[in-house]
Design a protein around this ligand. Structure first.
Ligand code: AMP
Ligand code: GLY
Length: 423
């Protein structure tokens, strides 16, 4: 079959890499892709959110399956548009993807279906929001309702920071219309875990657990980023909590979405805080996580095309999904200055040497220039390695990372460290 992957980051490189392992995939395209993806798929110069152009391309090429990476095309309704034309596409419809696109909707679903989450209030009026902050006090969390490229959440340790966040989101409109409403939420403490699951709208099959590293610097210091590394499994997510998360989070979310007329199909991602009172949902994403996907799919043994077929044909309950017992660690290598401003076009060296160390080098922000691979984004590479234990996987990945360099490169030296303390 002919497959199209939409997106061009590390997650999409991983999807292309995994889909290509399927004997059923004969041709694979990626829009827009990146320099690493172009070694494995035909990259097409169409932006991930240009639905019209993607649709034309898929019709013209006779694409049999489209797999969507990022949230933007999902919230623009790419799935609905493709299906109207009879095309097979993996991902939630627009109304379902809103669970990521609107934090207010996500909270309403959680409250209505009794899914554990932080207490909250939502506001369309900034004065009322400020009044509420003054009443409840800090620490407190302020969230823009809509999509904000991962920047719309402010964890405020003091009242003034929270008040400033409300002003920036609602009055200065830092995220445009995404700031028409805000969610103000109780601060939760604990370790975070990402649980991704496949769902066909009725059945939910969780993937193996993983943990992201959102802050830019070691020991979780500095500003938030898109994610500086991940590992799988996350030992904080013990066997004991699995049934709780399945029964109290994943299943009611999918059942609730169906009852709301928002039948959810594809990958649902629950970001959980493992609090002392048990797991609580921080957020939902309507897609695979980045960089969680690099660590999680590195452990998937089942053909991803078979799983996607089972989702599309609503027979997810009948398929067995197998995972390797290995541990996977992904270290994100980023441009100097990220998540602030950074320079692009730096020549990257050591890619082949890193692969000779047994790692998989997933590209995120890379481009080809005069026959060389150069940086072209904030997060540049996701170097991923397996091992039979977390210390071994960490050693394997950093041996490979050490081979790669460019002017200004930065990466965290402590990816996976949190897992070790649970051993
Ligand atoms: P979100 O986009 O909702 O996942 O928020 C981004 C990050 O903010 C999360 O990964 C957490 O680290 C943090 N965060 C979100 N909500 C809370 C909360 N209620 N308490 C503490 N931290 C939070
Ligand atoms: N790694 C966080 C996300 O994909 O949203």
């Amino acid at each position: 079959m002919k497959v199209l992957v939409v997106g061009g980051g590390g997650r999409e490189h991983t999807l292309v890499w995994k889909l290509k392992q399927s004997p059923r995939v004969k041709e694979i395209y990626c829009a827009p892709g990146n320099a690493g993806i172009s070694g494995e798929a035909a990259c097409v110069d169409i932006a991930a959110d240009d639905i019209d152009a993607l649709l034309d391309f898929a019709l013209e090429k006779g694409i049999n399956l489209t797999v969507v990476g990022p949230e933007a095309p999902l919230s623009l309704g790419i799935v609905d548009r493709f299906r109207e034309k009879g095309l097979r596409i993996f991902g939630p419809a627009q109304k379902a993807a809103e669970i990521e696109g609107s934090k207010v909707l996500a909270k309403e679903i959680m409250y209505k279906y009794n899914i554990p989450t932080a207490e909250y209030a939502d506001f369309t009026d900034s004065d009322k929001a400020v009044e509420y902050i003054r009443k409840v006090g800090a620490p407190i969390v302020v969230k823009a309702d809509g999509l904000a490229a991962g920047k719309g959440v402010i964890v405020a340790m003091d009242e003034q920071t929270a008040v400033d966040a409300v002003k920036s989101i609602m009055e200065e409109r830092a995220f445009g219309d995404s700031g028409n409403r805000v969610v103000i939420e109780q601060f939760l403490e604990g370790e975070e875990v990402s649980i991704l699951a496949f769902t066909d709208g009725t059945n939910v099959v969780p993937m193996v657990s993983s943990q992201d590293h959102k802050r830019i610097y070691d020991n979780d210091e500095g500003p938030n980023t898109g994610g500086m590394g991940a590992y799988s499994p996350a030992p904080v997510y013990t066997r004991d909590v699995e049934p709780f998360v399945y029964e109290r989070v994943l299943l009611p979310t999918i059942q609730g979405m169906k009852e709301e007329g928002r039948t959810y199909e594809g990958v649902i991602y629950a970001g959980l805080m493992m609090t002392k009172d048990g797991p609580k949902v921080l957020e939902y994403n309507a897609r695979f996580g980045d960089p969680e996907t690099q660590a999680v799919l590195a452990r998937l043994e089942t053909d991803l095309v078979d799983i996607i077929d089972a989702v599309l044909e609503k027979r997810l309950a009948d398929i067995e999904i197998k995972w390797s017992d290995n541990v996977a660690v992904c270290v994100v290598m980023a441009s100097g200055g990220y998540p602030g401003s950074y320079e692009k076009g730096k020549v990257i060296s050591g890619l082949n040497e890193a692969e000779s160390e047994g790692a998989i080098v997933f590209h995120a922000g890379t481009a080809e220039k005069d026959g060389q691979i150069v940086s072209s984004g904030g997060r540049v590479l996701g170097v991923t390695a397996l091992g039979s234990s977390i210390p071994e996987a960490i050693e394997n990945v950093y041996r490979a990372v050490a081979k790669i360099t460019w002017d200004g490169v930065q990466y965290r030296k402590d990816i996976g460290k949190k897992a070790i303390k649970h051993l």
